[in-house]
Design a protein around this ligand. Structure first.
Ligand code: N01
Length: 532
């Protein structure tokens, strides 16, 4: 077999893969990068559904490693839309001439560590094999689409879509009866936009969700200029803050305030839009009584916006606020006041089957021309498990992490028995609990430092120690158990995927503190890693 030898293989050409590739090439290392899509972008390549935009504010949703890149790009509005983010990533890849080094339309099927050579062998779908010292995954935390196994989908005569695999050409719903299954971020963003076109829209909701108005607006030219002067501040906020954004928890707890003062602060957060409410109080995610007060504020808002009391009731969540990923929207709850929009509560009346002509629930049939699954992803581990990754003694990663509780990593970056393998924003890193580009830059920079240090010192193998990862995983679990996150079923806990064991494989301690921990590990000569 014709096999190429390189220093490093990177999987994925989204935010993380692109930056990793750039840094490896800058360091003079030979590289191969593989990407399943025919272009760069990662989740922003695939998630082209109507209304897709990011819920991090634009000025934070970029790289900061290059001041020049930061200064030459201007975002058009407060929240970046999917096409604009994709343009940005294409611009970055072109600027740093990365595309010629990426093999597109190519999935990595298998990667196995050969102990006798201390090298990884990476096999692609097209039959190519590459041998490398470092195997680095930049496959995203929420990239493996979840299409629920509902009987009859193959019989459906209309078109069906998953938001995470949206066609490249515009899907025109004009004059159609459309169904949307799912009311997470993707559903909540797409429902108002689909409703503008559809003749009739049926929303199949299993769990209602809190959502706060995005309060999106175009940036003025003056603001765009100002942002360029704020590079240092924005970079510092992204690197040091708890979630890679401008927000910090203050010293205020929910119950410190009188009901009137609390209402005033929450109303202020509601008016500002986005994630303000999440950061108004520092004990929102740890204090049940406090959380209920904040939840009740948002519940009341839903009831104020939605005209029909029965629909409003069905749309009102009762889980702890912020324990499912916080959502921001544009006209989501208002959409249910439109006469051609119907809410179907599938917890009350479960979907029984999909027929040739629509969706059948226990209380009736909904005739449809098109069906949209906004049903999310097999988060955190799904995209890693799509590859057959094998470490020492042919141990597969899937077998090592047999279920949610068994996910074990050291710092979310590495896992024992898989030497010289790094996971960018892997399970048990803070990743999805904040602004991803900030998490990604930190991971890539740490991995690059580690590789360069190892090369300089003549280290052949770097591997997480079993003991260190057991400790890190226990620490992650303990921290998660001190919050309300684990009291709510969500894709964070794995509850959205049938048969997936529940856990909470995310570090909840915040981006800034996590960065300090990683830096200390490096300062202590990679404490917790075995190097030889
Ligand atoms: O997925 P989700 P998503 N029958 O898992 C329902 C990021 N993101 O694609 O809650 C009926 O949140 C499911 O119901 P339940 C962001 O991190 C960001 O919306 O499991 N319903 C839920 O309502 C986000 O959190 C942005 O009971 C079924 C929905 O489908 C993450 O991606 C935009 C079902 C899935 O919600 C995932 O968001 C988009 C079934 N069999 C995504 N199976 C922004 O930046 C599932 N559901 C704004």
């Amino acid at each position: 077999m014709n096999r190429q030898d390189v220093d490093a293989v990177v999987v994925g050409a989204g935010f993380s893969g692109l930056y990793m590739l750039y840094r490896l090439r800058e360091a003079g290392m030979t590289t191969r990068a593989f990407e399943a899509a025919d272009g760069v972008g990662g989740v922003w390549y695939w998630n082209r559904y109507p209304g897709a935009r990011c819920d991090s504010e634009s000025i934070y949703y970029n790289y900061t490693f290059s001041k020049e890149l930061f200064e030459e790009w201007s975002w058009s509005s407060r929240y970046p839309e999917q096409p604009e983010i994709l343009d940005y990533l294409n611009h970055m890849a072109d600027k740093f001439e990365l595309k010629p080094h990426i093999t597109f339309n190519t999935k990595v099927m298998k990667a196995s560590f050969h102990e006798d050579e201390d090298r990884w062998y990476v096999d692609t779908e097209s039959g190519e094999q590459v041998r490398c010292k470092y195997f680095i995954t930049g496959v995203g935390c929420i990239s493996a689409a979840n299409v629920p196994d509902i009987p009859g989908l193959d019989r459906f005569e209309g078109e069906w879509y998953h938001t995470g695999h949206w066609p490249h050409e515009k899907v025109d719903f004009t004059g159609e009866r459309v169904g949307v299954v799912g009311t997470g971020s993707s559903g909540i963003q797409s429902i108002p936009v689909i409703a503008e076109e559809a003749e009739h829209l049926s929303v199949f909701q299993r769990t209602p969700q809190y959502s706060i108005p995005a309060n999106n607006y175009p940036y003025s030219e003056e603001f765009k200029k100002q942002v360029k002067n704020d590079y240092d501040t924005i970079r510092r906020q992204m690197r040091e803050s708890v979630a890679g954004l401008k927000f910090e928890y203050g010293d205020r707890c929910v119950l410190d305030d009188s009901p009137e003062k609390r209402y005033e602060r929450l109303q202020d957060g509601w008016d500002k839009g986005g994630w303000h409410i999440l950061f108004t109080y520092n004990d929102l995610l740890t204090n049940e009584e406090g959380n209920e007060k904040v939840a009740s504020f948002v519940q009341d808002k839903i009831k104020e916006i939605v005209d029909d009391p029965d629909t409003a009731e069905k749309l009102t969540p009762d889980h702890y606020y912020g324990t499912k990923r916080a959502i921001v929207d544009t006209n989501y709850f208002e959409t249910y006041n439109l006469p051609h929009v119907t809410l179907v509560d599938v917890k009350e009346s479960p979907i029984q089957e999909i027929t040739e002509t629509g969706v059948k629930t226990s209380e009736g049939e909904y005739p449809l021309d098109a069906l949209v699954f906004a049903t999310g992803f097999d988060g955190m581990t799904g995209s890693l498990f799509k590859m057959d990754i094998r470490g020492r003694r042919d141990l597969s990663l899937k077998d090592k992490w047999k279920d949610g509780e068994a996910v074990r990593t050291y710092l979310g970056l590495a896992t024992a028995e898989f030497p010289n393998m790094f996971m960018l924003t892997g399970p048990e890193s803070p990743s999805v609990l904040g602004n991803m580009p900030a998490a990604i830059e930190q991971h890539v920079e740490w991995v690059m430092d580690c590789i360069e240090d190892s090369e300089e010192e003549g280290v052949s193998v770097i591997e997480a120690e079993e003991e260190a990862e057991v400790e890190w995983s226990a620490h992650c679990r303990e921290m998660a158990e001190s919050t309300l996150y684990i009291k709510t079923d969500s894709w964070y806990t794995g509850a959205n995927i049938e048969g997936k064991a529940k856990g909470f494989p995310i570090y909840v301690g915040g981006y800034g503190p996590y960065r300090t921990i990683c830096d200390e590990v490096r300062e202590k000569n990679y404490e917790g890693f075995h190097r030889y």
